[in-house]
Design a protein around this ligand. Sequence first.
Ligand code: SF4
Length: 399
Amino acid sequence: MDLLNTLVDKGLRRELPTREEALAVLATSDDDLLDVVAAAGKVRRHWFGRRVKLNYLVNLKSGLCPEDCSYCSQRLGSSTGILKYTWLKPEQASQAAAAGLAGGAKRVCLVASGRGPTDRDVDRVAGTIKAIKEENEGVEVCACLGLLSDGQAERLREAGADAYNHNLNTSESTYGDITTTHTYADRVDTVTKAHAAGLSACSGLIAGMGESDEDLVDVVYSLRELDPDSVPVNFLIPVEGTPLAKEWNLTPQRCLRILAMVRFVCPDVEVRIAGGREVHLRTMQPLALNLANSIFLGDYLTTEGQAGKADLEMIADAGFEVEGAGEVTLPEHRTTAGGGCGSHESAGCGSHEGAGCGSHQGGGVCGTTVPAAAPANEARTDLVAVRRRGAGTDLAPNA
Ligand code: SF4
């Protein structure tokens, strides 16, 4: 396919594809899907080899948010029944982080619900970063605390944060349909502040909220312009109790096309599969490792992910390897000499959004009746489990 040859050539040169080319990737047929994955996989391997970076989420403060992001189970008025708790103590957060690091993660993403931190919150998170770094040498820490005020990014950097996550989520033109309590421009401003403070910027999107292909291409081109080091790609979990609970729009094939498009537009950036991996890619998850070079290990913020052990097995079975703590994630041209984490690359928390499945479906066993396969984009509420373990509970985390 000429389109794919062109996109591979551009990806290897870090040249921006045209919007038409990006849209054409999203419009490919199922017959062409493996060719699309193979082409984007060449770009992924060129910049990241077969390494998969593992990241671990610690939800420092859950629920109780005054904002109204429609996709989020922590939003104002959410009736999802998620865990609700206020700030974890530094030692509690450090304990949760240690579980993820022992499971193979190299980056810890500290996330708190809310519009943005107060200066006191920043102090609190600074204490948590210190506690985690003291206990775990070489760990990379990303903070995801919402909209930042002047000076807060610098204070987080001074406290030892390596990166800051704040997602654009969707295109500028549809942003007002998703959230009314803050604007797209507010989000751009925070990513810019993080960048300017010397934090590695992480910013991504949520697919599946009813957006058009044009919207998806718009947000990915905006991200390329902002130039974050990592781009988390969330697939909406339409959680009961949120306004988007009925938006089951995604198929595994659609998710693969979206990841391929992101890889072609942001070829040398850490593309991370975030929330919704298990729910929407389902058995196609291993194929997606040919496109993304990074995933979250274990649970998400408010929903459960598949067992950490299953993630590790999947990576090995698909012929990939977990990126070690001593390996630099980003290609050399993106690293900054003297950066706090050595590689100055980034992480992502999702978007304060939780996702994941947790509930492993029983596969068909020989001699038993195998249920008929569900239509690809049927509501799969059976794959969504609200997180009931790890941070904020007395139960061991999934890692
Ligand atoms: S995404 Fe963040 S800011 Fe928006 S409702 Fe959820 S927790 Fe609040």
